[in-house]
Design a protein around this ligand. Structure first.
Ligand SMILES: Nc1nc2c(c(=O)[nH]1)N[C@H]1C(S)=C(S)[C@@H](COP(=O)(O)OP(=O)(O)OC[C@H]3O[C@@H](n4cnc5c(=O)[nH]c(N)nc54)[C@H](O)[C@@H]3O)O[C@H]1N2
Ligand SMILES: Nc1nc2c(c(=O)[nH]1)N[C@H]1C(S)=C(S)[C@@H](COP(=O)(O)OP(=O)(O)OC[C@H]3O[C@@H](n4cnc5c(=O)[nH]c(N)nc54)[C@H](O)[C@@H]3O)O[C@H]1N2
Ligand code: SF4
Ligand SMILES: [Mo]
Length: 909
């Protein structure tokens, strides 16, 4: 197969590949523009005739997978051909909307460049410039190659010999991949790419009880966002947030966006605040300074009764005092006696005391003293945000919070704090991310909006079950007794997940390259990258075989050549994808997965509706994901593929019983353990176990969606005066620090522990060491509403939109910055690091970028794969500029990766 032969444009594809009915259907929903192929111009408004009868065929409900939001959609199928995709109004997941990406899914289904047959490489040399010489093989041979190579590596070198990779492109498939490799082969290693949520998820767990949180959009009046286009263009629950957000904006919600680039959020905001990358902690702490020291707009009741701020802290050690008899933390009561948090009637929020001869201050007094240096003027030098802007934001935030007010929902009186501070991936792709997240998210504690109506709430902290009388699918929050803090539930499957237990009770000895044990506050095994590159550093065993499912690992974080070297060193690499992306240039065998419209998946949103943003207005929703058309060339889904591998290895029972446990399948509904997994029958087991016998898979296929209303106690965790606090003084981090240091010393491995501190700070991250004034530009990247990660621009519809967008495949630069450098719109430029690594692109000037930055979409585009001819060489892969394999760029608490680098910008003649 020669990639270049498959260069297909939207028009040629429509005309050539798909028959008249389909062609007309596609043309009918395409934007009318100049046809770049032959200059032919189409009228802008004339509706094109559809060659199929709109009343013919059927609308089949299913799930979109053009991004990880997995909205509920319907596919219009006429004579076995999908002619149109639309949102499903019956489902809360998308609420009848389909976005541009989703609508373009039809082009991916019929894309002749999508792979549908397994292939093996015939050219043993690997590299971006080497044609792998793909040769089609039978499915039998493909499975045999996977099985024998994984098995042989593990028999030869143990469970660490194979590393599994997968990520967001197929989220539940990734879970199944991970489970299958573990259960079938005993594999113990894996890595993931999602540098998006590092630190954010943990703070959300600690503050809201679940790993994803959001402003309570429906009730919020003020949203302050740091580094995210949530609610407007990207992130979780896109099609449900945009609608509510837009309605609230029309009704007075004020929206402030802190971001070096004016993207999907910034352009719609009331106030866009351009910030120097990697400095958000300084800004957040200055907002805290104004709230605490200048305005005094803080929620004292909340801080006293719902946070651990009153904890008595030994000023010498920085550690909280615990009662010896009960092991519970001590607060100072109004009567001047220290009492355990749960017996203290009126805790003193501030003060300096002596307890049994030990000088103490409260956690809040220490916080107040700690932030005293973060004046708006001090932060201005760090962030470039004017001091006046900081005061304005802080005043607005404090005033919008309605401190002291309550409201009643379903008869329950609740605190009403309609203001929320939200953040996502923009603040996580830096060193010291943990501290930044702490600084940013605890602003919600200051104004009492954590878990309040209109405030900052978890997606799905508590579930009483998916029916009124079947509690099988239910979870609740625990309490970490020593401090009375809420304990939480894990992402996706909602089993209990306590960071405090990990900190206090776990063994810190690392067992994998990800070294999660020595990072008890981490969610992500990102150290795998460093350890694979430098196995001697941490005395870990490098993997020999890589198993890459639905991901593009060559492009994950940093320099592609470094990552390519790692891939060349694996003895065997297995890929499962829909495309031959650039990582496939290092694969030995590739197994295609069928398209999402060609497959059935049992529970697309897992247990705790990970991508459903929660709230009273979004019920518990179980949507259908069913096959709409037959898979081209019979390619399997990941469930079928892993089921087949399990079956061939004689591990059906182990595989199925593990899945049963994960999806809470009751014994009576289990599929047979001695047969290959039947995916539809397994869907039946899940539904019957967690809903009831009536709502089986046949019912769901017909009705598209099952839902059950959320109750007020599931949404607002403290409804009914339930106990529980959230941290403000992070004492447990000091507990972790001591244990991490002891373990690192014992194992003689280098480990950074400076950031393990109970109160947040801003610290300079990577790139700040560069002082050469020629290297004065910081590249940034963002996502937009029409692209998903690194692969959607292969879709002809999406490519067409990107080409029409002046900022689609270009380098966006501040017009004044460009002018000061003698550069202009349309100039071809080179971005060069101090190490001489360079990428090139064309400038597009705007007023929407911080003067010290440039901005691109994606940042990992510019595909090198000839097998993705539409995407090839388009866009600017700025992350190639970043050294990706050294520990100095890692946040050692939460495994974030710093992507800040300073570059020189040069005109290319
Ligand atoms: N349409 C679409 N939706 C998606 C995705 C997609 O690719 N396309 N991807 C999905 C995935 S995997 C994820 S992780 C989420 C991502 O969801 P978001 O995090 O909301 O998406 P981004 O657009 O990457 O937002 C990050 C923003 O941070 C800004 N930024 C960069 N550096 C800094 C900084 O130092 N400080 C501040 N304050 N801002 C900074 C960038 O300019 C960018 O606007 O979206 C998910 N949803
Ligand atoms: N420069 C830069 N780097 C980033 C990011 C960024 O925005 N910019 N984002 C970071 C983040 S937050 C994330 S989550 C990661 C994402 O990184 P990855 O998870 O690697 O995501 P993609 O790069 O989109 O690659 C997805 C691959 O999955 C394939 N695929 C799509 N659907 C399916 C399917 O149904 N089945 C199978 N088998 N394959 C499928 C696509 O063809 C594509 O090859 O990247 C991280 N790195
Ligand atoms: S937001 Fe994502 S899942 Fe929803 S329609 Fe768009 S591409 Fe599909
Ligand atoms: Mo992500």
């Amino acid at each position: 197969m020669n990639g270049n032969e498959l260069n297909v444009s939207r028009r040629r594809f429509v005309a050539g590949a798909a028959g008249a009915a389909l062609a007309a259907g596609l043309a009918g929903c395409s934007p009318a523009t100049n046809n770049s192929d032959n200059g032919e111009s189409l009228p802008n408004s004339a509706p094109e005739k559809t060659a199929y009868d709109m009343n013919e065929g059927e609308w089949i409900p299913t799930t979109c997978n053009m991004c990880f939001n997995n909205c509920s959609i319907k596919a219009h199928v006429v004579d076995g051909v999908v002619v149109e995709l639309a949102g499903n109004p019956d489902s809360s997941i998308g609420r009848g909307h389909i976005c541009g990406k989703g609508a373009a899914g039809i082009m991916q289904l019929y894309d002749p460049n999508r792979i549908t047959k397994p292939m093996k490489r015939t050219n043993p040399r690997k590299g971006f410039d080497e044609d792998p010489g793909w040769e089609e093989i039978s499915w039998d041979e493909a499975y045999e190659l996977v099985d024998s190579n994984v098995k042989a590596a593990i028999e030869r070198s143990g469970p660490h010999a194979v590393t599994g990779m997968s990520m967001v492109a197929s989220q539940i498939g990734s879970l199944v991949r991970h489970t299958a490799l573990g259960v079938i082969y005993g594999n113990a290693e894996g890595s993931c790419s999602d540098i998006c949520g590092t630190g954010v998820h943990q703070l959300e767990y600690l503050l809201t009880g679940t790993g994803n949180a959001r402003p309570d959009y429906a009730n919020c009046n003020y949203v302050l966002q740091f580094g995210t286009n949530a609610g407007t263009a990207t992130r979780h629950g896109y099609n449900m947030t945009v609608e509510t957000f837009a309605e609230r904006r029309a009704n007075g919600l004020r929206h402030v966006v802190v971001d070096p680039h004016m993207g999907g959020s910034g352009e719609k905001a009331d106030l866009w605040v351009p910030i120097r990358p990697g400095t958000d902690a300084a800004l957040a702490l200055a907002i805290a300074y104004v709230l605490v020291h200048e305005e005094g707009t803080i929620d004292i009741d909340f801080l006293k009764n719902r946070t651990n701020s009153p904890s008595l802290v030994n000023v010498e050690t920085g550690r909280i005092l615990f009662d010896e008899a009960t092991g519970k933390s001590l607060y100072m009561d109004a009567d001047g006696t220290p009492k355990t948090y749960d017996t203290c009637a009126d805790p003193q929020l501030e003060g300096e005391f002596e307890v049994n001869g030990t000088p103490c201050k409260t956690g809040f007094t220490l916080y107040k003293e700690h932030i005293a240096k973060y004046t708006p003027e001090y932060q201005e030098q760090i962030t470039t945000v004017p001091a006046d802007t900081v005061r304005q934001i802080a005043k607005e935030l404090g005033a919008s919070a309605c401190i002291g007010q309550t409201t009643t929902i379903d008869g329950v009186e609740l605190p009403y704090r309609p203001a929320a501070v939200d953040a996502f991936s923009g603040i996580t792709r830096h060193k010291h991310t943990w501290l930044t997240c702490q600084a940013v998210f605890t602003l919600n504690n200051l104004i009492g909006s954590t878990n309040a109506v209109g405030g900052f709430c978890g997606f799905d902290p508590i579930c009483n079950g998916w029916t009124d009388d079947n509690p099988n699918m239910s979870w609740s929050l625990g309490i970490w007794e020593p401090e009375g803090l809420i304990d939480n539930n894990q992402l996706l499957l909602a089993f209990p997940n306590s960071y405090y237990t990990k900190v206090y009770e776990s063994d810190y000895t690392p067992t994998t390259m990800g070294m999660m044990e020595i990072q008890p506050l981490s969610e992500d095994n990102h150290f795998e990258h460093v350890a694979q590159a430098h196995p001697d550093l941490y005395h870990t065993q490098a993997a020999e075989v890589a198993f890459c499912y639905a991901c593009n690992p060559i492009k994950w974080w940093g320099n592609y050549d470094e990552q390519a070297e790692i891939f060349k060193n694996y003895t065997y690499v297995i890929g499962i994808d829909m495309y031959l992306n650039e990582s496939s240039y290092f694969y030995d065998v590739i197994l295609p997965e069928c398209h999402y419209l060609e497959r059935t998946e049992p529970l697309p949103h897992a247990a705790n509706n990970h991508r459903v943003i929660g709230g009273m207005d979004n019920p518990w929703t179980v949507p259908v994901w069913q096959k709409v058309v037959e898979p081209r060339d019979g390619a399997p889904s990941s469930w079928e593929l892993f089921g087949e591998l399990a079956s061939r290895a004689g591990k059906n029972a182990e595989f199925i019983s593990t899945l049963n446990m994960m999806f809470r399948v009751k014994e009576e509904y289990s599929v047979p353990l001695d047969q290959k997994l039947d995916v539809e029958a397994f869907a039946d087991s899940i539904l019957k176990s967690n809903i009831d016998e009536e709502h089986d898979f046949a019912w769901l296929k017909e009705h598209a969606v099952y839902d059950h209303p959320r109750t007020v106690d599931e949404v607002y965790i403290w409804a009914g005066e339930k106990p529980g606090r959230v941290p403000m003084y992070f004492d447990f981090v000091l507990e972790a620090k001591a244990k991490v240091e002891a373990k690192a010393a014992e194992l003689n491995i280098p480990w950074e522990t400076d950031d393990y501190q109970p109160l947040p700070d801003w610290k300079p991250g990577c790139g700040y060491e560069v002082t050469d004034p020629d290297y004065d530009i910081i590249p940034t990247y963002h996502t937009d509403a029409i692209n998903t990660d690194s692969w959607l621009m292969e879709d002809p519809y999406i490519n067409e939109i990107n080409e029409e967008n002046p900022y689609g495949y270009t380098i966006e630069i501040n017009a004044a910055t460009a002018a000061s450098k003698g550069l202009a719109n349309g100039d071809k430029v080179r971005l060069v690091t101090t190490d001489g690594v360079a990428v090139e692109g064309v400038l597009a000037t705007s007023e929407g970028v911080h003067a010290e930055c440039i901005a691109v979409i994606g940042g990992h585009w510019g595909s090198k794969s000839a097998y993705m001819p539409i995407a090839k060489d388009k866009g600017v892969p700025i992350v190639h500029l970043i050294p990706g394999q050294t520990p100095d760029r890692m946040d050692h608490i939460c495994s974030a990766f710093d992507q800040t680098i300073r570059v020189k910008i040069e005109k290319v003649a």
